[in-house]
Design a protein around this ligand. Structure first.
Ligand SMILES: [Zn+2]
Ligand SMILES: [Zn+2]
Length: 134
């Protein structure tokens, strides 16, 4: 069981089973929303995740797929929690930084590296994709 939540504690979640992937996204939208230089996400089946508390949702329509990304965050403390990706129904991308224990979840792939910041180094041997792998 994987658990996590936001800074103020009003959002908590649980994920059952094994994540499908751990993806680091270097797109400018994820960068800005995370407030960091890229975003690391646990990709899990939507049905595997249960959440308590009420998130706010930003419908992000500036996407390469043309389908919106619904970026969910805590309206009280601002922690980004997860994204529902219109182009990938059935899965959610959960911000690894909000896990109680992010340690075991190193990125297995890096996506949208076309917009990666020059001084960000990706470990050798980790697959990279200029845009989305799919
Ligand atoms: Zn919060
Ligand atoms: Zn992204």
């Amino acid at each position: 069981m994987i658990e996590g939540g936001c800074n103020c504690g009003s959002i908590r979640y649980r994920i059952e089973g094994t994540p499908l992937a751990v993806a680091a996204c270097h797109c400018t939208r994820c960068r800005r929303q995370s407030g960091s230089v890229y975003s690391v996400n646990l990709v899990v089946p939507t049905a595997a995740m249960t959440m308590t508390g009420q998130v706010k949702v930003f419908e992000d329509v500036d996407t390469t797929s043309g389908k919106p990304v619904y970026r969910e965050f805590c309206g009280d403390c601002g922690s980004p929690i997860r994204s529902l990706i219109g182009a990938s129904p059935g899965v959610v991308a959960v911000k690894v930084g909000t896990l109680d224990d992010p340690g075991p979840h190193a990125p297995g792939l890096h996506v949208f590296t076309r917009s990666k910041i020059d001084w960000v180094e990706i470990p050798s041997g980790v697959p990279q994709f200029a845009e989305s792998p799919g």
